[in-house]
Ligand binder design. Sequence first.
Ligand code: MOS
Length: 724
Amino acid sequence: MTQQLKMDEVQPRLLDETGQGVLTTPLDRPEGPLKVTGTAPYAAEPSLPGMAIGVLVGATITRGRAHVDAGSLRDMPGVLGVYTAGMARNPAQGTANAAPVQPEGFVQYHGQPVAVVVAETFEQARDAAIAIRVTYDPEPGAEVDPETASHVDGDPETFGSFDKAFSEAPVRIDATYTTKGHSSAAMEPHAALAAWKDGRLMLRASLQMLKYNRNEIADAVGVDPDKVRVLAPYVGGGFGSKLGIAQEAIAAALAARELGRPVRVVMTRQQVFEMTLRRTETRQRMRLATDRDGHIVALGHEDRVSNLPDEVFSEPVTMATHFLYAGANRRYHHEIARINRPGAGSVRAPGEAVGMLALECAMDELAEAAGLDPIELRLRNIPDEHPETGQTYSARSLAACLKRGAERFGWSARRAPGERREGEWFIGMGVATAARTNSLGESQSRVTLNPDGTALVETDMTDIGTGTYAILGQIAAEMLGLPRDKVTVALGDTDFPPAAGSGGSWGASSSGSSVFLGAKAVRNALAEKLGCPPDELRLQDGIATGGNKRSAIADLLDAPISEVGHIKPGETAETHSSASYGAHFCEVAVNAVTGEVRVRRALGVMAAGRILNEKTAASQVHGGIIWGIGAALTEALEHEPRDGRVVNRDLAEYHVPVNLDVPDVEVEFIEERDDHANPIQSKGIGELGISGAGAAVTNAIYNACGVRVRDYPALPDRIFPHLP
Ligand code: MOS
């Protein structure tokens, strides 16, 4: 049976009926021991009988045609085949857009896959991939610089009279910020293992959104989706780069079909940088103005991003700017430069992650111009209703986060720029708002309660390191009156009911709501067996009570009860503006001689509805803040100016923060329930921590030494020439 409801139809909400206390508690991840002992089987780890190995070959031109000479490998040992089909298909992005398919052999960025070479062993395949002869017909007209691109799309969008309000305002700032491209740089490289049996494809792959990925791979290899099973039980990080299938999956699937053998394809670390979707670089002009009381009267956010000529996606840089602060007169202009760099796509918090680097730094500049504390400026500009759509806000604890953070961080000790110095270090504090839009995606899961007092949750939802295994088990245990360890969670298999997948921070709330509904249906069946109204049923410690009746749950069951919960978005998705909020605080030391920045302390105070598991939720915020430190101080994709290739294509040259870059990061949650978000009253948290985090760092740099860095990352050479 299926319990299918729209968000608005679900009554009552979670926990009005349970009292286990399994949910919200900071339980460990059940799969943790498997991961730390190396026994969790990631996508390409199983070794299948007869398995061959494929290695991708990347283009060495920027634009044109590639001609792959398979005959050049005639004398190479172990080579089984060379395949070129599907290599001109850009990586997909799950729901975000269809992947443009280019003619076979077409190259539109340096490093794009043009072939996969398959051999008996990895070493043979690698050697052959290096030796293979590829000739090219380069096409003129490749452009690799978004600033000078000849083809730029984009239109302005305005509310009120921005130009008039801005020019007449007594307080205003006009500043331009730039951010570099970023790589998701997940620990597990993109990987796929394909095998065909009786016309059916089994694809193990490192992916985030399986119900979409199944359609994508079916389309790419030309079979019906019901002939495809995708498995992704463990995923070593995705951050958006695994939202959709890419060439490694297509290559493995097509080669396996041709050879009649299983084929494994794993990208090298360099290929991850060259072939997977990057985050765009941005240029952002911020114009903000207030009246004499610090109320924003004009707000302009104009940006330029880039992508390949035919890609539909473009980084929604102004995402948070639309809903975060008040102001009647607003102007946006989003430009997309069409260039031949590796495709740009979703990377953790597409939109907010880079848009708020500019917005929240501009708010700091505006506060100074207005003579206000930056927290006070933000508090004065929290809007009553969405300033553009008029929507009501669902739960929004931004003010509480800012105030609580200020108290805990010791904000009152902050001094004017340059006033705190310890030896050769300037010390300063910065603040920034955190905000990330929240949404609910259609999701299903099957919840089964067994007579032996165990339960099983099955869904094709993924756990990309986020804690899905933990929280779905907690929701089921809470609802069914079971200890957490009596619930098994099975994920990452398209044979299970389809979920929204891991993307856009909607995973926990969406799949969690489906588990809630499935468990609720199981409860209803139990109430019937006990003979009490469903809303009187209590389940605790294996005992069911209700309507003056009492029974061991096991005694009520002679066979398993299995129900599918199915949640769909409802009216509140339209009527309410829903986001998670928070406040970032950061203290830095800036070296007065070298301009080196060290982050000394960081605190995130966050509100994201019900926190399902404090440990996994805090871990998400920790990770997000570390990404913020990276964006602020170290991370930048560098492109060769002539051919656009990624130059710093490994983790030695692309600097993600390492242990010594990251201080003790503290995370605190403000208690909140969001009745308009979903039945479990939770909101997204996977991307909240990064949104705004980097701006708290650069604002702290300014407060330390008086140098305003507007070009991210704040490398020493952007600081020391300007030091006092
Ligand atoms: Mo996310 S960037 O939708 O994984």
